[in-house]
Write a protein that binds this ligand. Structure first.
Ligand SMILES: *Cc1c(COP(=O)(O)O)cnc(C)c1O
Length: 423
């Protein structure tokens, strides 16, 4: 039996309708920005395997750190115990996070990082004896697939089967160009009408919505409105964190600071599942009490797994190296050149670039659905041409590992340009 037949016999894949989906591609090896399948066909991983892998596949530096940790202390429970990798990682993160972020809570993935943030926002007011139970979110946001994260997400594709079973979430329009005031007004109105505990948002770039972007000034205004009304703000930097936007965090572009931040994806350079939610001292203190009921009763078995912490520490070393910062700047420069080249193409509706993120919207007669025929046609064309790209409806985006070479990037651009002819 082939690998693929064995896969189909036993495995249920994410976001997949198995009856109609194409068979998966079995990948055997990765190095740098490249992947090879079991037949040795080469692919350029132009989306860093769902945005987790900035430093390249099978990175030796991270692998060495993992090996060393695995053979020293692979795991220990984090309730009642602690360890140096977690402490050093928390200290290192504190150096690069906004100054108001003072406490670090560990979990396993982006959804749990969000789940923790939302629970903390709700319990913060519960502990203070205030009834605030509504969470505000941006339209078309994506925050993960567990229940509270899903409730906050606005892409109906992912959530329609569960409508009516969620915590209270009210959505405001994204403050894209021309919609800023509508968005500010909607936020103020909702805060007036509901008992709002928190506002969760993807700062500056909505990844799963198709790299939808908005300006730092708008985010500053939204956070100000929340602060004036004592609504806690949650920056979901699961996608944008660790250099994607050209700065370490998207929140580094704004003057205001969020009350909480969610981190995952690139945290461990795409090696070990790990996530972090960070908090202000004020939030921590709302749980700090003689009364055990005021504690945060949340935890996961693999919380602060030492091997994950070692991988994250090695990843931070790579991120902060001048060569890596040069790579981020280089990819951004190439994107801007490609944008200039492609933006007047008759099939291109709009383009946008921030940091290593490039997106273009293809002109379509009607709005293309998330997993519609155009999307599938484009996806298959990219795969045939050895490029891993996953368009969202009519939006094609590139978010490569920072270490992608100019030649590899050039090939990605050429295939994207060719794809416009079949669109
Ligand atoms: C991917 C993503 C999540 C969910 O992370 P998982 O690790 O897939 O659970 C949450 N928020 C944002 C912004 C994301 O991009």
């Amino acid at each position: 039996m082939s690998l693929i037949e064995r896969d189909q016999n036993t495995i249920w894949h994410p976001y997949t309708q198995h009856k109609t989906a194409a068979l998966p591609i079995a990948i055997a090896k990765g190095e740098g920005a490249l992947l090879w399948d079991v037949n040795n066909k080469e692919f350029i991983d132009a989306i860093a395997s769902w945005w987790v892998n900035p430093y390249g596949h099978s990175n030796k530096f991270i692998a060495d750190a993992i090996y060393k940790q695995l053979t020293t202390l692979e795991h220990v429970l984090f309730g009642g115990f602690t360890h140096e990798p977690a402490i050093v990682l928390a200290e290192k993160l504190m150096e690069i996070l906004p100054k108001n972020q003072q406490k670090i809570f560990f979990s396993d993935n982006g959804s749990t990082a969000v789940e923790v943030a939302i629970k903390v926002a709700l319990q913060y007011f519960y502990n203070k004896g205030e009834k605030r139970t509504t969470i505000i979110a941006l339209e078309n946001g994506f925050h993960g697939d567990t229940f509270a994260a899903m409730a906050a997400s606005g892409i109906s594709f992912y959530t329609q089967a569960f409508q009516g079973m969620f915590i209270d979430v009210v959505r405001i329009p994204v403050p894209v160009k021309g919609q800023e005031q509508v968005s500010f007004d909607a936020l103020a109105e909702i805060i007036k009408k509901h008992n709002c505990a928190g506002f969760i948002f993807e700062p500056l770039v909505q990844g799963a919505a198709g790299m939808v972007m908005y300006e730092p000034e708008s985010l500053d205004r939204l956070i100000q409105i929340c602060r004036e009304n004592k609504v806690l703000t949650i920056a979901d930097e699961v996608m944008t964190g660790f250099g994607k936007t050209g700065k370490t965090f998207a929140c580094d572009y704004i003057y205001e600071v969020p009350d909480m931040m969610c981190l995952s994806k690139a945290l461990t350079g795409g090696t070990i599942p790990m996530a972090i939610t960070t908090f202000t001292q004020d939030i921590f203190e709302a749980f700090y009490d003689e009364d055990i009921n005021k504690a945060l009763f949340h935890g996961h078995t693999f919380t602060a797994n030492p091997t994950g912490c070692a991988a994250a520490l090695a990843s931070l070393t790579l991120l902060n190296a001048p060569e890596m910062q040069d790579n981020v700047a280089r990819v951004n420069k190439r994107h801007l050149e490609f944008q200039k080249h492609i933006e007047s193409h008759p099939k291109v509706a709009t383009t946008r670039v921030l940091g290593v993120i490039f997106a273009l919207e293809i002109v379509t007669e009607s709005s293309a659905s998330y997993y519609g025929t155009l999307r599938n046609k484009l996806y298959n064309f990219f795969i045939e041409n050895g490029i891993v790209l996953r368009p969202v409806g009519n939006i094609v985006y590139i978010l490569p590992p920072y270490i992608i070479t100019d030649e590899q990037l050039q090939k990605v651009y050429e295939v994207v340009e060719k794809a416009l002819e079949i669109a």
